[in-house]
Design a binder for this molecule. Structure first.
Ligand code: ATP
Length: 233
């Protein structure tokens, strides 16, 4: 299990995370939901060791070692070095972890990327798929996916949802952020709602029916009255 316990992180006087705890279990998908600025990316960066200066604990209890050794991260905006082809990017990611580069063809039959073109020349959706490819070939125990559906076309979106379900069946634990609530609730087993750097509520899938209404009330409570005034039939 990947665990975050009582995580606090501030930038200067701005307290961005205020005691967040959550767990990602093997073979399950945990959705992380929150408004822009709620602290999702900061939480992911602390969990993955890309941020320091936080308090609380981040751990993986499969065994000793850093979260990063057993976890793959799909960042919100993957970075690609200039003049590196898609194929070279994947090789670079694997070599950085001292792993051999496998045959990319089986996965790329699904993702259909022009692996011999420069990655910087890919479209936004293709860049996301390339970063995913580099994770999929590594068979991580856990995946942290920051807005994986962002920029994907309908076909890739459907494919990714199916991939996530099958990864879960194989035992992968997945932490997933998405502003697309419908997509997230379709695949997730549980969800944590972050509001202002705190866990506002944790939902099991059975309670997802009220998630949208709860979020609307939590995030826009004061605006709903005005909306009613403006748009009363
Ligand atoms: P979004 O949905 O827009 O991606 P988020 O939930 O991922 O938002 P974060 O990116 O974690 O939110 O940002 C949380 C808060 O922390 C924001 O107010 C942001 O301005 C602030 N913040 C993030 N990174 C830094 C930084 N390096 N220095 C100062 N403030 C930061």
């Amino acid at each position: 299990m990947l665990e975050i316990i009582d995580l606090h992180k501030a930038y200067g006087h701005h307290e961005v995370l205020r005691g967040v705890s959550l767990a990602v279990r093997p073979g399950s998908i945990h959705g992380l939901v929150g408004a822009n600025g709620a602290g999702k990316t900061t939480l992911i960066n602390c969990l993955y060791g890309l941020e320091s200066g936080f308090t609380g604990a981040v751990r993986v209890n499969e065994g000793p070692g850093l979260v990063r050794e057993v976890t793959g991260l799909l960042p919100y905006e993957p970075y690609f070095y200039p003049r590196l082809t898609g194929r070279e990017y994947v090789a670079f990611c694997l070599q950085a972890r001292g792993r051999p580069v496998p045959d990319l063809r089986p996965w790329n039959e699904l993702l259909e990327l022009p692996l011999d073109q420069f990655a910087t020349e890919y479209s936004a959706g293709m860049k996301k798929k390339l970063a995913l490819l580099a994770l999929l070939v590594q068979d991580f125990a856990y995946l942290i996916l920051d807005e994986p559906f962002n920029g994907l076309d309908l076909e890739a979106n459907l494919l990714l949802k199916e991939m996530l379900r099958r990864l879960r069946q194989r035992g992968t634990g997945i932490l997933l952020t998405s502003h697309l609530l419908g997509t997230l609730t379709e695949v997730a087993d549980e969800a944590t709602v972050l509001v202002g750097g705190r866990v506002q509520r944790h939902y099991e899938a059975a309670a997802f029916g009220t998630l949208e209404a709860d979020l609307l009330a939590a995030l826009h409570g004061e605006k709903l009255g005005q909306l009613t005034a403006l748009l009363t039939p």
